[in-house]
Every structure is written in structure tokens, then in C-alpha cells.
Ligand binder design. Structure first.
Ligand SMILES: C[S@@+](CC[C@H](N)C(=O)[O-])C[C@H]1O[C@@H](n2cnc3c(N)ncnc32)[C@H](O)[C@@H]1O
Length: 383
């Protein structure tokens, strides 16, 4: 390979958003490329069986390429596909799923078009800002925090909460966290928003038990903030929340409404970040479950019971399983508030002993595991 700037044809995108091209038989991953375009690149990394390149010039742009609207796009690690039109992103993501199933997993099933019911921007109901000297998001492929004053993925209200904490830190009332030295205090600022009320729950994750009263007061005074919660995480870890949660002002939960069901979500419970898509998900699960009213349904990794409680009205019995005590307590409270009496929730690890779950003889099993996926053993048990 020469030091010249080769011209490459981008075949397709790979997970993570890089474009894949070939140069004299070598795979080249091209950053911020779009599928089906011709680019001149600079090789920035060489490995035995692949190389990484950056675009110097787009010679023939992909029909999917657009100018990214966010001023932080590129350095910010939050987004990978803003240089592709929204409709193009839906196609690219479908192809990635198809590729993962067929080429990697050797599973040959039809992959449908993405059922999209999302707003294009400002759709997230939760954002986690890392806090260091700055507050924002990690730079791409780094743990250095980039100050990001506005983000198009979440409601503009979240930027105001971020600014409030940034101003308090600038006044020196508390300190951001230094990940390298495991020093300083405030590690993350998490903001969650309820729909349709638009009220916000703020979680401040600290290394120590201390959190300056002035920080709490300033956050609590920010418009639409109804609760401030502290999560204490003293460990040297990538996990964001710590084991201890301390409510400081207001109630340590909020309510989200999905398909007319109002659901309590505690600070530490999982909830789908895109409400429009959560409704699509519920409808799809309902469709695929093909309920007749006689089924026993097992909802593995049930969180606050969203899918269980939507299905409960159409089947005989639902049992939801989650290992997070706060989520199970939310699920149980949601069941009670909705007056549903054919759902129950158990706090346990899905992967532990299955005797009780097998004894339920479920007709339908829902699996919505965390991002790392479902262990093979669990899949075998379900099968
Ligand atoms: C992607 S969320 C799904 C939640 C729910 N289905 C929903 O849509 O709101 C995954 C859930 O799995 C739970 N979880 C992760 N690992 C688990 C395990 N080994 N056993 C039981 N629950 C687990 C998490 O607490 C989280 O609530």
C-alpha cells in the first residue's frame, strides 16, 4: 500500500457506521462514509488483515448522503449516521440487521422494513451526560468529554439542565469526575422526561456521598424539573449508576404513557428511550403473540412491565421476570394502578434455575434482553 491517497468505492456500511471498501484485496473501514459512493481516503491505521481510513474528498457522493445538521457531528461520539438521510438510515439499519442474521448468524429469515413511528429529532426521553471538566458526550472512540451545549436527539429542556449544572461547576461549588485518577465527584448527569407531561427527573451520579446543596437547589429550580435524585457510585467502573440511590427532592420516579397505559418508571429502572417506537414494539409483540385469550405468557427481562401489561388484556396470564428490584416494584405498582389481575412479576435472574418457569408451561415467551443479548443456555431452555 502506498502513502498516496487511494480512491475507494464504498460497498456498504458495517455496525458502528464505518463504510466498507476493498483495496487490493484488503478490507478498508472508512470513517463517516455512506454506502455506494466513491471517495478519496487517507489510511490512518494498518493492521494485518484490514485498514482504517478517513475521507479526504467525496468524489461521487452516495444518494443517501446529506449535510449533518449538528455542529458537534464528527467529534461527538453520540451519533454515527447523521451524514445519511433519515430514510437512508432506516434502509442502512435494516441491511445491518439482515447482515448480522444471514452473513454472521447464518439465520435465513426475512427482515422487514423498519416500522417507523419516531420523530426524526428530539425523540429521546432520557440522556446520560458524562461529567468531567466539561459536561456533554464522549468524543468518538474516546473517554474524553466534549462540551455539548445542544443535542438534537433529546428535548431542548435537557440542554437547560445541563447548562445549570455546568454553571454550578464553573462557580466551583462541586467538581466533575476525573476518570483517569478516579478523583473528583460528579460522574454523570442523567435526565429523564415524562410524556405527555414534560416533567423531568434528574439523577446526579457521584463518586462520593457528598453532593453540594447548591447543585441540588439549582437543578431543582430549573423549569420542569420535579425531582432530583443522587446515585452514589464509588467504584472504578464503566457502569453508570451506583448501588445506592438517594432521593433529594420530589419523588424518585416519573410516569410514561404507552398505548394509554400510564407506567411508573423509577430512577434506576430501564425504560424504552423512544416512546413512538415503544408503541410500535408493543403492537408488534401483540401481533406476533397471536393471542386468543387462553395463553400463558412469559415476559423475560420485563422491566417496568410495559409489554406484560399491554398483553395482559388479551391473554389468560402473564408472568414478568426482571432482576432489577426497582423495575419489579414499578411493574407490580403499575399492575395495581391499572387494575390488572392476571399479571405477576418476579424479581430474579432469567439465567438462574428454570424449574419454576418451566412449570408455568408458557405458550408465548417474550425475550427483550439488554444489549449484550441472551445467553445461548437461556435460548436453549426457551426452545
Ligand atoms: C432492554 S430492557 C427490556 C425491558 C422491557 N421489556 C421494556 O421494553 O420496557 C432489559 C431488562 O432486562 C433486565 N435484565 C438484565 N439482565 C437480566 C437478567 N440476567 N435477568 C433478569 N433481568 C435482567 C434489566 O434490568 C432490564 O430491565
Amino acid at each position: 500500500m502506498t502513502e498516496s491517497k487511494p480512491v475507494l468505492w464504498i460497498e456498504r456500511l458495517v455496525p458502528g457506521g464505518d463504510g466498507l471498501a476493498e483495496l487490493a484485496g484488503l478490507k478498508v473501514f472508512v470513517r463517516s462514509a455512506a454506502p455506494q459512493e466513491k471517495v478519496r481516503v487517507r489510511i490512518v491505521e494498518r493492521h494485518r488483515d484490514y485498514a482504517v481510513a478517513e475521507i479526504v474528498e467525496v468524489l461521487e457522493p452516495s444518494p443517501l448522503r446529506v449535510a449533518p445538521p449538528c455542529r458537534y457531528y464528527g467529534p461527538c461520539g453520540g451519533c454515527q449516521l447523521q451524514h445519511i438521510s433519515y430514510q437512508g438510515q432506516l434502509v442502512v439499519k435494516k441491511l445491518l440487521v439482515n447482515d448480522a442474521l444471514q452473513r454472521v448468524g447464518k439465520v435465513f429469515v426475512p427482515v422487514h422494513n423498519i416500522a417507523n413511528h419516531s420523530q426524526e429529532w428530539h425523540y429521546r426521553n432520557k440522556t446520560q451526560f458524562p461529567v468531567a471538566t466539561h459536561i456533554g458526550f464522549y468524543r468518538r472512540r474516546s473517554h474524553e468529554v466534549l462540551a455539548v451545549e445542544e443535542c438534537r436527539l433529546h428535548p431542548p429542556q435537557f440542554d437547560q439542565v445541563r447548562a445549570t449544572l455546568a454553571q454550578a461547576l464553573a462557580r466551583g461549588v462541586d467538581q466533575g469526575y476525573d476518570e483517569t485518577g478516579h478523583q473528583g465527584n460528579i460522574r454523570h448527569l442523567i435526565v429523564r422526561r415524562s410524556e405527555p407531561e414534560g416533567k423531568m427527573l434528574v439523577i446526579v451520579v457521584t463518586r462520593t456521598r457528598h453532593l453540594a446543596a447548591e447543585v441540588v437547589r439549582a437543578l431543582a429550580r430549573t423549569p420542569d424539573v420535579t425531582a432530583v435524585v443522587q446515585s452514589i457510585n464509588p467504584a472504578r467502573t464503566n457502569r453508570i449508576l451506583g448501588p445506592e440511590i438517594r432521593p433529594l427532592t420530589g419523588q424518585p420516579y416519573l410516569f410514561e404513557t404507552v398505548l394509554d397505559k400510564r407506567l411508573r418508571v423509577s430512577a434506576q429502572s430501564f425504560f424504552q428511550v423512544n416512546l413512538g417506537q415503544a408503541e410500535v414494539l408493543c403492537k408488534k409483540v401483540l401481533k406476533y403473540a397471536e393471542p386468543t385469550g387462553t395463553e400463558t405468557v412469559l415476559d423475560l427481562y420485563c422491566g417496568v412491565g410495559m409489554l406484560s401489561l399491554v398483553l395482559a388484556g388479551f391473554v389468560k396470564r402473564v408472568v414478568g421476570i426482571d432482576r432489577e428490584a426497582a423495575a419489579i416494584s414499578d411493574a407490580e405498582e403499575n399492575r395495581r394502578l391499572l387494575g390488572i389481575d392476571n399479571a405477576e412479576f418476579r424479581c430474579r435472574d432469567v439465567e438462574s434455575d428454570w424449574t419454576d418457569l418451566a412449570a408455568l408451561r408458557p405458550d408465548v415467551v417474550i425475550l427483550d434482553p439488554p444489549r449484550k443479548g441472551c445467553p445461548l443456555e437461556t435460548l436453549k431452555r426457551v426452545a
